[in-house]
Design a protein around this ligand. Structure first.
Ligand code: B16
Ligand code: MG
Length: 221
């Protein structure tokens, strides 16, 4: 039977926390008199917290002007603002088609994991009331080489005890697709703006996700 496991990205695949990240970064930027807008927020998709801050400073021509302590303080400040916003997240914020897709995978006995760059992944999944659907949730803090390196997806596969070629990865960011392909897994892209590596199966919305489509895509490979 193929696949034996499906590994999900979180933001942009299971839910859309980008709006909360935007709001929290906006508050931090206002505090620091930095410019921040929605197009800058787009660049932060799937990017770690500290790397996101570096991008915001670079876009403001302030790269290298903050001490590591100040950077850590601001990243922490943004995270507190973000966590306050997460309190409003509910089951209603699960993206279209995901609940039915998780049921389908569970009924087929397929293992499930989450490979997110977010250190708040557990909290987000709890708020969405789907934490217990996953056999493993990667700890972003323990991942040394972030996406586009395959480490986080391979770590998930290892914890599930499933070979990479039996795994499917689902991502909305180009770096995530590169990570899945570098891990030799089948990649499903959700609305990915392809600049480098193409997903094996390209979908425009999570509402299109079904096991049949993935299995068909795998056969066409
Ligand atoms: P945190 P993903 C990513 O989630 C977000 O897309 C990105 O905007 C965020 O900076 C990153 O998580 C880290 O999140 O500050 O909560 O640790 O797409 O990898 O699920
Ligand atoms: Mg994402």
């Amino acid at each position: 039977m193929w696949p034996q496991a499906v590994i999900f990205d979180l933001d942009g695949v299971l839910t859309d926390t980008a709006a909360c990240h935007y709001e929290a970064w906006k508050q931090m930027a206002q505090r620091e008199n930095l410019y921040f807008d929605r197009s800058m927020n787009q660049q932060l998709k799937g990017v770690s917290r500290m790397h996101s801050l570096e991008i915001i400073l670079r876009e403001n021509g302030r790269e290298g002007t903050y001490t590591p302590d100040k950077m850590a303080f601001l990243a922490g400040w943004k995270n507190e603002a973000y966590q306050r916003l997460l309190k409003d997240l509910t089951r209603q914020d699960i993206l279209p088609g995901i609940a039915a897709f998780l049921d389908q995978l569970q009924n087929a006995g397929i293992k499930m994991a989450v490979a997110s760059a977010s250190e708040n992944a557990d909290t987000v999944l709890e708020r969405l009331e789907i934490r217990n659907r996953f056999d493993y949730v990667a700890r972003a803090k323990e991942i040394k080489r972030r996406k586009p390196y395959p480490e986080i997806f391979l770590t998930c596969a290892g914890h599930l005890g499933i070979l990479p070629k039996q795994c499917v990865g689902i991502e909305d960011a180009q770096a995530g697709i590169e990570a899945i392909k570098a891990g030799r897994m089948f990649a499903v892209g959700i609305g990915v703006e392809v600049r480098t590596v193409r997903p094996d199966l390209e979908l425009t919305s999570t509402a299109e996700l079904t096991l049949e489509r993935i299995v068909r895509g795998g056969r066409d490979e």
